[in-house]
Write a protein of this length. Structure first.
Length: 143
């Protein structure tokens, strides 16, 4: 498995990353994804892609380093998705390992992510990977 970090403007974002990311975020279009990454990049958003031995994008992670009063410096995972065709093949574990190493290298003390309550398969994976459920996430729509 080859891990690649992609900068805004990289053609692989549309051709490789977006089709996999849309399995988790079906509302994204090429234009909206580009807009989010262009703005989010300045806020620390990064995308890493996992490529399998055939050169196909098998998984994607969107992540950033965040500093706050509750955790100090942490790596926050916005998106973690394995292509449906590559599930149960170790892609998620490899991506998570890549993110853990990135976090350590960047001086982070923890890795955090949120997962929708309906994503029970993902929750089983996170628990297998020794992640703990440590909080509730609350939302109020503004508009």
């Amino acid at each position: 498995m080859k891990m690649v970090d992609l900068e805004p403007g990289d053609a692989r974002l549309a051709s490789d990353v977006l089709p996999v990311l849309r399995e988790l975020r079906p509302h994204l279009t090429e234009e909206s994804f580009r807009e989010v990454y262009d703005e989010g990049y300045g806020q620390g958003l990064r995308f890493s892609a996992a490529y399998d031995d055939t050169g196909a994008c098998a998984g994607v992670a969107g992540w950033r380093v965040v500093v706050n009063t509750s955790a100090g410096r942490k790596l926050y995972v916005d998106d973690l998705v394995t292509a449906d065709s590559a599930r149960s093949g170790g892609v998620g574990r490899a991506l998570l390992g890549h993110l853990e190493e990135r976090g350590r290298h960047l001086g982070c003390g923890q890795l955090d992510l949120d997962s929708g309550t309906q994503r029970t398969d993902a929750h089983r994976f996170y628990l297998r990977e020794r992640m703990a459920i440590t909080a509730f996430h609350f939302r109020k729509m503004l508009g």
